[in-house]
Design a binder for this molecule. Structure first.
Ligand code: 5GP
Ligand code: ZN
Length: 112
């Protein structure tokens, strides 16, 4: 599949991994918008939040189970933001479901 994040999962594009298990991968964003900027993705291709359904939602729950551990390892003790952009109005640029973890600075009401 011609999907950047599927290629990262397959190891065809290098990434700086911060967490990995059977169904989930987390790696550093190539263009960080905060001192800590990590992307957490399901290894299986889901295009966006719009593609989440009863068949695949367990991996989304699992992503949210692993996020606190990633944040703790990154020492985001003052908090962090989790964002998923869905579709063009939201500015989604990679059509593979991903959750941004942003931390290490105070957030404004806007994402970045
Ligand atoms: P979106 O705009 O879809 O919410 O977020 C996509 C994110 O993926 C962007 O923050 C962008 O910097 C990041 N990104 C795009 N291509 C790559 C890549 O090849 N490697 C990494 N690590 N991040 C990427
Ligand atoms: Zn994909």
């Amino acid at each position: 599949m011609n999907c950047i994040f599927c290629k990262i999962v397959a190891g065809e594009i290098p990434s700086t991994k911060v967490y990995e298990d059977d169904t989930v991968l987390a790696f550093r964003d190539i263009q960080p918008m905060a001192p800590t900027h990590i992307l957490v993705i399901p290894k299986a291709h889901i295009p966006s939040v719009d593609g989440v359904n009863g068949e695949n939602s367990a991996v989304v729950a699992h992503i949210f189970e692993v996020i606190p551990g990633i944040a703790a390892k990154e020492k985001l003790v003052n908090g962090y933001r989790v964002v998923s952009n869905c579709g063009s109005d939201a500015g989604q640029t990679v059509p593979h479901l991903h959750f941004h973890i942003l931390g290490g600075r105070e957030m404004t009401l806007e994402m970045a």
